[in-house]
Design a protein around this ligand. Structure first.
Ligand SMILES: [Zn+2]
Length: 253
């Protein structure tokens, strides 16, 4: 599963291989394959990653939007190198003179004009992204407070509130912040919201630094019925927003 900094890492590699290059784009999806012979050769002006969403800005101003959701993954091969995943799972193949970048199993692939993207309620209006230099904490709080009746554990998963936070991160962010996932957004004090922001930024930072190593920042994810590292109470788990959530019933208020 691709989450947070893993996506950032992909984006960096994709930028190096594709940005500014002449590219042949082949769709593994029948629908796009039939309707889009015109993108068979184009230049990619810019590669953007926003959360688990990738945006490829094409020469003709259109945007190729790819969302990994839970299942998608990227591979970048040198030209001619053998693939380690089956070709029938390829959704989009980008060929340059030197490399082939392939996204596998991505459930969302769309070719949109800038205004279509802007108006798209699911993909157009993303929340601030902690790994981008334009991250705005003010905007994060504004988007968070738009629905005060929502549970905080659910709000953090909403990419329109904050981009890139997946299940593991939101569980650990809330644990470090001593905030229970079931708390309503409207019940959080200013101090709690500041603490929350602090842990959003801190855990993203630690994840980036430890990527591919130990992940020492993961404390309670998948630790149901094991003692909380702070107070030894058994960690609780429940479903929230369709995802398994973990929390310490004593530390997290
Ligand atoms: Zn505890």
């Amino acid at each position: 599963m691709a989450e947070g900094p893993v996506v950032h890492h992909y984006a960096k590699r994709l930028r190096a291989v594709l940005e500014g290059k002449k590219v042949r784009i082949e769709f593994g999806l029948k629908k796009l394959k039939a309707s889009e012979p015109s993108v068979s050769k184009t230049r990619i002006l810019k590669v953007e990653a926003h959360g688990k969403q990738f945006r490829f800005h094409l020469e003709d101003q259109r945007i190729l939007l790819i969302h990994l959701m839970m299942w998608g993954s990227w591979r970048i091969f040198k030209r001619g190198q053998a693939w380690d995943k089956p070709r029938e799972r390829a959704r989009v193949i980008f060929d340059t003179n030197s490399h082939t970048a392939v996204v596998f199993s991505a459930p969302v692939v769309r070719l949109l004009t800038p205004s279509e993207l802007q108006e798209n309620p699911s993909w157009g209006n993303l929340g601030p992204d902690p790994l981008r230099s334009d991250f705005s904490s003010k905007e994060f709080f504004e988007r968070l407070e738009q629905d005060s009746s929502r549970e905080i554990g659910e709000a953090l998963l909403d990419q329109q509130v904050i981009a890139r936070v997946g299940n593991i991160l939101r569980i650990e962010i809330l644990f470090c912040s001593y905030i229970h996932p079931r708390r309503k957004v409207g019940s959080l004090s200013q101090d709690e919201k500041k603490t929350l922001l602090y842990w959003v930024l801190t855990l993203f930072d630690r994840w980036m630094k430890e990527m591919g190593k130990k992940n020492t920042w993961i404390q309670i994810y998948r630790k149901s019925k094991r003692p909380c590292p702070n107070c030894k109470t058994l960690v609780d788990f429940f479903r929230q927003a369709g995802r398994i959530t973990y929390a310490c019933p004593k530390c997290q208020r």
